[in-house]
Ligand binder design. Structure first.
Ligand code: PCA
Length: 189
């Protein structure tokens, strides 16, 4: 039997047809990418989004939108009005967000940026994909037949008891929704 690794190695080292070249390009571009679901300040239009797409902290690519398959409480807490998805599955709402493929460098940056594991922890959870962007069919990561994709997400068990009394949201949008407390930008972020 040939292993997947040895088959890929043959394809990578003898690229002599156009489909092989496409595969090589795909493996090189997205081979080591992880799917991350973002629901807070990393979303489009939010203050920390640029880290995902400007390439300075590693490679990231938008690939779709979706909701958590389970309910979670999404609250806005602390003096800087930071969004936190509390790791209490079954309480709150199915939370909306965006899916990105990120390389190892960007994933490591995100771990540090989110003060993982002290403030947030990175967990794998199921996301029901609503929109999927893969026009050329080059992504190695895809939702399953039921439209579910397992993604990393930054949520937390290290929250304060009081946060459970805060309002629970299904979509973080302090810019469009005047009821949500506005995020306070800090110099060091
Ligand atoms: N950043 C991460 C977790 C909360 C936050 O503001 C995100 O957008 O998913």
């Amino acid at each position: 039997m040939f292993s997947l690794r040895s088959c890929l190695s043959v394809i990578v080292h003898t690229p002599n047809s156009s489909w092989q070249k496409t595969i090589v390009r795909t493996i090189k571009q997205f081979g080591k990418m992880s799917a991350v679901f973002v629901y807070g300040t990393l979303k489009r239009g939010q203050p920390n989004h640029h880290y995902l797409i400007n390439g300075t902290k590693g490679k990231g690519r938008f690939c779709g939108t979706g909701h958590t398959t389970q309910k979670f409480p999404l609250v806005i807490a602390r003096k800087y009005n930071v969004p936190f998805l509390l790791h209490l599955p079954g309480t709150g709402h199915e939370v909306a967000g965006e899916i990105y493929l990120v390389d190892d460098q960007l994933l490591q940056f995100l771990d540090e940026f989110e003060s993982c594991p002290l403030l947030y922890q990175r967990r794998t959870i199921g996301i029901r994909v609503e929109q999927w962007e893969d026009k050329d069919n080059t992504l190695l990561v895809k939702p399953d037949v039921d439209g579910i994709l397992k993604c990393f997400l930054y949520n937390t068990t290290t929250y304060e008891e009081d946060w459970l009394k805060l309002p629970y949201y299904n979509n973080y949008d302090p810019i469009g929704n005047p009821d949500q407390p506005k995020y306070v930008l800090r110099e060091d972020r």
